[in-house]
Design a protein around this ligand. Structure first.
Ligand SMILES: Nc1ncnc2c1ncn2[C@@H]1O[C@H](COP(=O)(O)OP(=O)(O)OP(=O)(O)O)[C@@H](O)[C@H]1O
Ligand SMILES: [Mg+2]
Ligand SMILES: [Zn+2]
Length: 175
């Protein structure tokens, strides 16, 4: 069973350069990493299956990499990169706002975000379907969105406090 990997994981790009298309996003992210001008929250918008989760994971891995390349890519070999590739990083969290949309869910998150990472550089929180948060939950979240060390992966509906990225569907020739 160890050898069985679902295709969505097997073929998921592991570096920005292997993401097909979306270069307006991957280049921007790489430049921000290279110049150490990374926003602390990002809003990734776009239709299904265009690379939002993929890019969020690459971004999380890259900013935690111990030997980033000068192009702003992860080395994919250091201990941090390896733990990301094995889905074993202690610095990566995913929350589905569709089923965790209450103020209490967000308070739990806000409580966690306050602690610095025990290993590595950044804790990264990816929040799916962020438009599903109740308005009181989103209000409870606003202050955290303005603070460093949070990376949010948000869906359409909430703009303003984050750096926004729009993903386009890719045509077959790009692949
Ligand atoms: N731009 C891309 N380049 C290469 N592979 C891609 C790209 N976009 C999606 N994929 C592949 O398609 C699968 C789904 O991509 P991903 O999970 O990133 O989509 P998503 O935008 O998060 O979709 P959803 O809205 O359903 O969450 C992954 O296996 C990924 O490798
Ligand atoms: Mg996704
Ligand atoms: Zn690395």
């Amino acid at each position: 069973m160890d050898k069985f990997i679902v295709s969505a994981r097997k073929y998921r790009p592991q570096t920005f350069d292997t993401v097909v298309g979306q270069s307006h996003i991957t280049t921007t992210l790489k430049n921000a990493i290279r110049h150490q001008q990374l926003a602390h929250a990002f809003l990734f918008c776009g239709p299904r299956g265009v690379g939002k989760t993929t890019c969020a994971r690459i971004l999380a891995k890259t900013i935690n990499c111990e030997n980033q390349t000068k192009e702003g890519e992860a080395c994919d070999k250091c201990q941090s990169c390896t733990s990301f590739n094995d889905s074993a990083s202690m610095n990566y969290f995913e929350l589905d706002a569709a089923s965790n949309n209450s103020v209490d869910n967000i308070r739990d998150l806000v409580d966690q975000v306050r602690f610095v990472p025990q290993t590595g550089k950044y804790k990264v929180y990816v929040i799916y379907e962020v438009h599903m948060l109740s308005s009181s939950a989103f209000n409870a979240f606003l202050k955290t969105l303005e603070e460093p060390s949070t990376l949010c992966h948000l869906y359409p509906g909430y703009y303003g406090k984050t750096q926004n990225s729009s993903y386009y569907p890719q045509s077959l020739p790009d692949f």
